[in-house]
Design a protein. Structure first.
Lengths: 113, 229
């Protein structure tokens, strides 16, 4: 076990931790800027484009948390793959259920209107 | 008879045939990761169902109208400010946790204790904020199975789904934060008792840290899909 510890290194120095923190903070501030200034003032319309930007920013934040704070980036490639590959099912699940939701929106709601 | 052993009897030493751990990770840490993967599936299922509901309803409450109070400061007119504070608290406590892990690598007990205490305080602050948020919404009339009076007609359907899912998902997340705080307190006590010092490794801090960061990660998604989108 002893030499294995050295094998994947300590990875996170204090400097890097604060750097990642400021990235996360900056992305969150950007989200607030979009929501409270751009959308509020009417520069951007609330809709698919803004939502897409939010999701992308969220995924970037998730990347920084998982790879640096959770240290996944510094593990063996085999482990990274074995943890992340199952999320293919989540992507498929998102596609399935959102399709189903839109279908209901189009067809079921005739009963109510 | 030759003195060399047959191929079958040779001790294998490669990482993928039993010689050593292929992932070069400790067992408990691997299991924590796989637990978190299963937990991520639970949260994904919740959030994807939320998405499906939101796609299927004709109307949905506007988050900027629902969440616009700052407890003790203003009742309305400040969308996103309070949840911004909550997000900041959780990210901050994630940072103190990772600093505790870093101190653990250097076997510095004193620093681990300090950062763990900071993490626990951050977690409790977040829970307090969430309690305030829930109380505020409850007073407005939102709860499982109930919505404020001002929703009418078709709007009721979406609002009810919103209320149910909001309390279920943030409640499940809050439950994770609660258990995270409890586990952090246990680990803090173990650190104070010198358990890890005797063990010679602070790896346990890292495992608890994984759980704590995961809670932060889930909040990032809850924040986006409930408050921003």
């Amino acid at each position: 076990m002893e030499h294995d510890h050295e094998a994947h290194g300590e990875g996170m120095s204090k400097k890097l931790i604060w750097k990642v923190f400021f990235y996360l903070l900056a992305i969150t501030c950007l989200e607030f800027f979009i929501a409270l200034v751009l959308v509020y003032k009417g520069v951007l319309e609330k809709g698919p484009l803004v939502n897409f930007i939010y999701v992308v920013l969220t995924l970037i934040k998730a990347y920084y948390i998982v790879s640096y704070f959770m240290h996944l980036k510094f593990e063996r490639m085999g482990f990274i793959i074995s943890v992340l590959i199952v999320f293919i099912f989540i992507i498929y699940f998102i596609i399935l259920l959102l399709t189903e939701g839109s279908y209901l929106n189009l067809h079921l709601n005739h009963f109510f209107s | 008879m030759s003195t060399s052993v047959s191929n079958l009897d040779q001790v294998k030493s490669g990482p993928w045939n039993g010689g050593r751990s292929p992932f070069a990770m400790e067992y408990g840490k691997i299991m924590m990761w796989f637990f978190l993967v299963s937990d991520a599936f639970t949260f994904s299922a919740f959030l994807i169902y939320y998405g499906a509901q939101r796609f299927s309803q004709i109307t949905w409450p506007n988050p900027d109208d629902v969440f616009q109070s700052i407890p003790f400061v203003a009742d309305e007119g400040y969308p996103l400010v309070f949840v911004g504070i909550m997000t900041f608290i959780l990210i901050m406590s994630s940072v103190t946790m990772v600093l505790a892990v870093e101190a653990g690598h250097r076997n510095s007990r004193k620093e681990v204790v300090g950062w763990m205490i900071a993490t626990i305080i951050g977690g409790l602050m977040f829970l307090g904020c969430q309690a305030l948020e829930w109380t505020h919404l409850h007073h407005e009339g939102y709860w499982w199975g109930s919505i404020p009076e001002h929703y009418e007609g078709i709007d009721k359907l979406g609002a009810q789904q919103f209320a149910n899912l909001f309390f279920t998902i943030t409640g499940f997340h809050g439950f994770h934060v609660t258990t995270g705080v409890i586990i952090n307190i246990i680990i803090l006590c173990m650190t104070l008792a010198g358990v890890f010092e005797r063990r010679g490794t602070y790896l346990m801090i890292e495992k608890v840290g994984l759980y704590w960061h995961f809670v932060d990660l889930v909040w990032v998604f809850v924040f986006t899909f409930f408050y921003l989108v």
